[in-house]
Design a protein around this ligand. Sequence first.
Ligand code: SAH
Ligand code: SF4
Length: 351
Amino acid sequence: MTKEFITDYTLGELKEKFKELNLEPYRANQVFRWIYKKFVTDFDQMTDLSKEHRKLLKQRFAFHPLEKIEKVEAPDATKYLFKTLDGHLVETVLIKERDHLTLCVSSQIGCAVGCTFCATALDGLKRNLTTAEIIDQYIQVKQDIGEERIRNVVFMGMGEPLANYENVRKAVEIMVSPEGIDLSKRRITISTSGIIAQIKRMAQDPIMREVNLAVSLNGVTQKEREKLMPLTKTNTLEELMETLRNFPLPKYRRITLEYVLIKGVNDSPKHAEALAKLIGKDKKRFKVNLIPFNPDPNLPYERPSLSDIMKFQKVLWKYGISNFVRFSKGVEIFGACGQLRARRESIYFYS
Ligand code: SAH
Ligand code: SF4
């Protein structure tokens, strides 16, 4: 029998699995505690389990679906490169903010959405990551850094998290459950290109509707969005905005609208005006993250000048719209590496 990855299961699911092995449910709590409170991933170190139980569990479950193959350090971020069992590469970035750490995780290998400015889109979608592959990014980084606490998790790595809803949802459940990693729901951000049906599904989901929602807008009209993001042909701007206006937001929470600024494409003050008008009266519901395009030799765009970025920002300020741009030097060190390159800077916007 091939082994299952234990990190694929929420506590509820693990209790069911344990039942099949004639293990009492509280044993699942014990194992969960070892994994997610102490980050112990070796049954032999789980000293409150009997030898027989450890043996039984070892036969049935394994821990790491990912193999860590590279770690690149910059002053303000560390990039981890993992390999899946079927030979795909997965990137994860740990960002050192002034007073906390943020982990940027991947949810898919490649992406089917096909945004023309995104390096992850270049190879299309290979497959979804499993829950265990998402959770293992967290576990292995945590094991690497030791005591330091990871405060935030952003789903802004490779892939479209809402196109892998079930696996992402279970990973989020393990992350926020008090018996699991116990992160605050406010500290988790799902970034989506705007799959409307899945945003509606999030709105109905008691766990998913409480994490932060970031939506990649990138264009201010249907036509412009379509050019940059093919998916929006069916997920239209109008319907997206309506869905976001109706999304049941927790108190004092805002939806982030992400906007990749691309030179000569969507970066003029006119675009900023249109963005402000799109937000309209809902200034308390939305904030804007401006992401200067991160160049890539395989992508046909350029980054706007700093002065153009500032002009764009000024217009948003004029309309009283909260917005934020942030640069980071450290990411330059990753210049030559992998696909996540395109998103390294955007993740700096979440602190
Ligand atoms: N698929 C999801 C999450 C991953 S992309 C989404 O699209 O939201 C995370 C963010 O990186 C998105 O806001 C996306 O617009 C942005 N991004 C993609 N390519 C980029 C690039 N070359 N430069 C700057 N930001 C980029
Ligand atoms: Fe996929 Fe997001 Fe890249 Fe678009 S920006 S191709 S949705 S990862």
